[in-house]
Design a binder for this molecule. Structure first.
Ligand code: G16
Length: 582
């Protein structure tokens, strides 16, 4: 057994190591600076109780993006030096974000240990490669992202760090073959265990869903299926679940080999970046002759998802509402009912209408999956979702792309359980349009202005807040711009008081709530790595069941125009159009 010693390495603080909406995301070149990653990891260990770290098990893995293997080796050495007992690594360093959450909650090691926390190496949907992004985030014992109280402590530590602990004598650990390597250090044995990345997660999915029912759906000659992993880590799980377990054709999987640069693409499952899938599903041009009935994509770390039907896009806000409305009958895990539902503030209120209809508790939280964790731990919420293509449930404490696809396949399987009288398949579009007829429709779109000058973005937000103190003036501007748009009834900055621990999160987005229920929300993204990204969320509710089939872009055009005028978007940013529309 190799032995190691602990060295105190002198270092200096780096600016800007503040974790964003979901961890620290920067260009690879920033992370490659000597001591940069080590500083952040040491600052994290220092923010955690020493007695919990001593002898603990920590998971370290991610979406396999460029720099992951180097980062895993560094973290192993710092963990050993800080007294961690063992590090669990998914084979090849791969674990999706939802699989990490599952591993923390469910995996029991050979000696009966459970994981205490995890470093997830991902910048999610951001591009990868030597000139692109890397990221790291810490997840806690409940399997969810660290709460603000912890990330604030980590950030404080990064500002004062003078030294970190690192093990000397641990060689490069093989993370490509499963097995256990042990080392002897000053405080006893330290181990690195490399294990199959899919097993626990697949077992969990089998407990939640009726795999036989989904297999029967996939076997129908009139049901065709397509899944695009955008070269992210979802490919590993997709092969095992959709092909091996559920019998889908291998050819239904595209871009399912994980690549460290995501094949040069942007692993973001939306209408702009999932170009190949969008085309396959008949939403681009030219329209293919054969279009699958169901298409889905996931992002780099497989926590986001996009659901498409034949020539049909399901907005993420509708997706979570529809899953909630259909869960009890379609998904065995929910057969005893839902404890409640939750959405992030900018997500459309489609979920609220379902909650009201079903008599469920409903919560509106700030953007960031971490805010759902407390509700779930307290047994207050079963299903939640975000407009940013995140959907999930209390089976883990992260959003879950593969879970969302299985949820949709379950709903389709349930709706098609008996062959319809006319023999026709109930499609994704049928399910969504029926939902609108039952609950009304929230027309919804999001405009992103990416990589805007940070100062200009701040000035725009300050300008918007000023409108709050002069609603009469604001309503005059609106009337002059588009008289058909309703008046603003309330303007504020969203503030959330966590009903479980009472913590308060302020400045979580600038809101304009209109008298007819429409909403405009402006936020600065917390997940970019350069400059600022302004997000503009636009929503209009149509309760008249006969008017739910209109074109979304046309319906929302007046409200969009109002948003651009009241924000002076072009004046502040110099941008005449957004970089991404979803
Ligand atoms: C993260 C969070 C999500 C959040 C999203 C968007 O997702 O986990 O809860 O909705 O960022 O954040 P922003 O609007 O601040 O960019 P991911 O998939 O990037 O980890």
């Amino acid at each position: 057994m190799a032995t190691f010693t602990v060295k105190k390495q002198q270092t200096k603080p780096f600016d800007g190591q503040k974790p964003g909406t979901s961890g620290l995301r920067k260009k690879v070149k920033v992370f490659q600076q000597e001591h940069y990653l080590a500083n952040f990891v040491q600052s994290t260990f220092k923010a955690l109780p020493a007695e919990k770290i001593r002898g603990s098990t920590i998971v370290v893995s991610g979406d396999g993006r460029y720099y992951s293997e180097d980062a895993i080796q560094i973290i192993i050495k710092i963990a050993a030096a800080n007294g961690v007992g063992q590090v669990w690594v998914g084979q090849d360093g791969l674990l999706s974000t939802p699989a990490v959450s599952c591993i923390i909650r469910d995996r029991v090691g050979s000696k009966g240990e459970k994981a205490y926390g995890a470093f997830i190496l991902t910048a999610s949907h951001n591009a990868g490669g030597p000139d692109e992004d890397f990221g790291i985030k810490y997840n806690t014992e409940n399997g969810g992202p660290a709460l603000e109280s912890l990330t604030d402590k980590i950030f404080e530590n990064t500002k004062n760090i003078k030294e970190y602990l690192i093990a000397e004598g641990i060689p490069h650990v093989d993370i490509h073959n499963t097995g256990r390597s042990t080392f002897s250090g000053p405080s006893g044995e330290f181990a690195v265990e490399v294990f199959d990345s899919t097993e626990e997660y697949v077992n969990l999915m089998k407990k939640i869903f009726d795999f036989e029912a989904i297999s029967r759906l996939l076997a129908r000659p009139d049901f065709t299926f397509c899944f695009d992993a955008l070269h992210g880590v979802a490919g590993v799980y997709a092969k095992r679940i959709f092909v091996t377990e559920l019998g889908a054709a291998e050819s239904s999987l595209v871009n399912c080999v994980p690549k460290e640069d995501f094949g040069g693409g942007h692993p973001d499952p939306n209408l702009t970046y999932a170009k190949q899938l969008v085309k396959t599903m008949g939403l681009g041009s030219p329209v293919p002759e054969e279009i699958p009935e169901f298409g889905a994509a996931a992002d780099g770390d497989a926590d986001r998802n996009m659901i498409l039907g034949k020539k049909f896009f399901v907005t993420p806000s509708d997706s979570v509402a529809i899953i909630a409305a259909n869960a009890v009958g379609s998904i065995p895990y929910f057969r005893h009912g839902l404890k409640g539902v939750a959405r992030s503030m900018p997500t459309s209120a489609a979920l609220d209408v379902v909650a009201k209809g079903l008599g469920l508790r409903q919560f509106e939280v700030p953007t960031g999956w971490k805010f759902f964790g407390n509700l779930m731990d307290a047994g207050m919420c079963s299903i939640c979702g975000e407009e940013s293509f995140g959907t999930g449930s209390d089976h883990i404490r992260e959003k879950d792309g593969i879970w969302a696809v299985l949820a949709w396949l379950s709903i389709l399987a349930y709706r098609n359980r008996d062959v319809a009288a006319d023999g026709k398949l109930v499609t994704v579009e049928d399910i969504v349009t029926l939902h609108w007829k039952t609950y009304g429709r929230h027309y919804y779109t999001r405009y992103d202005y990416e990589n805007v000058d940070a100062g200009a973005a701040k000035n725009l937000m300050d300008h918007l807040v000023k409108h709050h103190s002069d609603l009469d003036g604001l309503n005059k501007i609106i009337k002059d711009t588009r008289p058909e748009v309703a008046e603003v009834a309330l303007g504020d900055e969203f503030e959330y008081t966590d009903p479980v621990d009472g913590s308060v999160s302020s400045h979580q987005g600038v809101r304009f709530l209109f008298k007819d229920g429409s909403r405009l929300v402006f936020r600065l993204s917390g997940t970019g790595s350069v400059g600022a990204t302004i997000r503009l969320y636009i929503e209009q509710y149509q309760s008249d069941r006969s008017k739910t089939g209109a074109d979304a872009a046309g319906t929302l055009a007046p409200l969009v125009q109002v948003a651009l005028v009241i924000s002076k978007m072009e004046e502040f940013t110099g941008r005449s159009s957004p970089t991404v529309i979803t």
